[in-house]
Design a protein around this ligand. Structure first.
Ligand code: MN
Length: 492
């Protein structure tokens, strides 16, 4: 499902106190705001004005409908006037979709000459917001609050980002993940409680035999491979004459895609330790699937595979790129402290600075034939790395702000795609924070989401969120994690 297929319902709070004329004005303005917001170009999904609510039953009914409508990814509430909040309790207590309290008002300015008590009674969002805010706090609701003028681009962009998070939550609730093989032997961080994950995030994580994939691969036709080879040629430079190796990757890609699509899966994992019946570890195959929007995690890491799919979904229409990533090695020269991220093959070309090259090299791990892979440099820009870990009884989502740079050296003998970045607040502190929080070596690296969007998603899913940014210190993080651990254990 595309992000664009989701919609958000605009529910405007009021009451009968002000008379019909005011209510008609409120409803008319709500329609005008909906139309202008939809036309702004800053929202990824449509807003649908639903009701100017005056009663408990109107609110309860619209929230019941929102819960049941698969197109509705959330409600946006706004109080043009004062809307007594006890009449919201029955509805909000049962809300199963994301909620944004939009703290805005119709007029930007206080009109100096015009303002009188009639104006005040009609335009009292400041009054209504506080009553509405209290009931959200009292219900301990996982709501998003966005304050700002509704015609400001920045306000609209924040609303748009929240919509992406809310739609990402709906996507998550129906996400299916296909596992080929188990997790890499003895590795801890790629493990996780799949039942807990399905309860909290909705993911259906199941396994299919590698032997079945090999069967599907063997049934792929030359015509199918020819067609995919043309696509490769249009997107990538062929920097090898080992065409058979590329064709073999095409065969793998076609077969994996067939199996994913037949089961409705948007993410997959595999492992170099279980490639029975396959001649190469999928490299180019996985990279091209990632570029098409599928999530992937190596070494059986289904958690990062699913997170990659979700962040790609939430980033629809953006062009910075989102990749499965792994922290590999450091450059520790004072003043030039960088992390070098890569993988043995499977970095997504959506983050490439220029047209990727297809190369074929020996792969020491996995004991298979030399696989074709895409080689490129990641582009410069601000990004985040995101890691989901299982803390035992709860999930923790860690998000670190990073700044990617053009790699400071060409590394001509490195046969894989690479991204170089500065972690926030600096390499040493950022690394100590990441390790303190238990962040994995695998992550999702994205230029297309910011921490606020990732945090909103985590809040909607009701999981722990940890942010490492330019102001984080090890001491403050340790303190936060200590309190967070107590709080989450109380909630179990
Ligand atoms: Mn790995």
């Amino acid at each position: 499902m595309s992000l664009k297929n989701y919609e958000f319902w605009f529910v405007v709070g009021s009451q009968f106190l002000y008379g019909n004329e005011v209510l008609e004005t409120v409803a008319r303005r709500a329609v005008e705001m909906t139309d202008k917001l939809n036309a702004s170009g800053n929202l990824p999904c449509k807003i649908v004005y639903k009701v100017t609510a005056k009663t408990n039953s109107e609110i309860t009914e619209i929230i019941r409908d929102a819960n049941h409508d698969p197109k509705c990814a959330g409600i946006i509430t706004w109080c043009h006037t004062f809307s007594p909040s006890k009449m919201w309790i029955n509805g909000l207590a049962n809300l199963q979709k994301a909620w944004c309290h939009f703290a805005t008002q119709y007029n930007r300015e206080i009109p100096n000459n015009e303002i009188d008590m009639d104006f005040m009674n009609l335009n009292q969002a400041a009054h209504g917001d506080r009553e509405h805010g209290f009931i959200g706090a009292r219900l301990r609701a996982a709501r998003k609050i966005i304050a700002g003028y509704w015609q400001d681009a920045e306000t609209q962009q924040r609303l748009g980002n929240w919509m992406r998070a809310a739609a990402g939550a709906e996507f998550s609730k129906s996400l299916r993940v296909m596992r080929f093989g188990d997790n890499m032997r003895e590795v801890a961080v790629t493990e996780g409680d799949k039942v807990e994950v399905q309860i909290k995030l909705g993911w259906q994580v199941n396994t299919w035999p590698v032997g079945k994939l090999a069967e599907v691969m063997n049934a792929v036709t030359d015509e199918e491979i020819d067609s995919l080879m043309k696509e490769y040629e249009s997107l990538y430079d062929f920097a090898t004459d080992k065409i058979d190796s590329i064709r073999y990757q095409a065969r793998e890609e076609i077969a994996i895609k067939k199996m994913l699509d037949s089961e409705g899966c948007c993410a997959f994992s595999n492992t170099f330790q279980d490639l029975y019946g396959m001649r190469q570890l999928p490299g180019l195959a996985t990279q091209h699937l990632l570029a098409s929007g599928y999530g992937f995690g190596a070494e059986g890491d289904w958690k990062v595979g699913a997170m990659t799919a979700i962040i790609k979904f939430m980033s629809e229409g953006r062009t910075g790129g989102t990749a499965f990533m792994e922290d590999y090695t450091y450059h520790l020269v004072p003043g030039q402290e960088y992390s070098l991220g890569a993988h043995m093959l499977e970095v997504c070309p959506s983050v490439a600075a220029s047209r990727p090259r297809i190369e074929v090299h020996h792969l020491g791990i996995g004991d298979k034939e030399d696989p074709a892979r895409l080689v490129f440099e990641g582009h410069e820009g601000n990004a985040v790395v995101v890691s989901l870990v299982d803390m035992g009884g709860r999930l923790r989502l860690i998000c670190q702000d990073i700044h990617c740079v053009k790699p400071i050296m060409p590394m001509p003998n490195l046969p894989v795609a690479r991204v170089m970045w500065q972690a926030m607040p600096d390499l040493k502190t950022g690394l100590e924070c990441w390790i303190t929080a238990g962040g994995a070596h695998h992550s999702v690296l994205s230029y297309d989401v910011n921490y606020e969007l990732v945090k909103d998603w985590a809040r909607i899913m009701d999981i722990e969120f940890v942010h490492i940014d330019k102001n984080t210190t090890v001491e403050s993080l340790e303190h936060d994690l200590f309190l967070s651990d107590l709080a989450w254990n109380l909630r179990r």
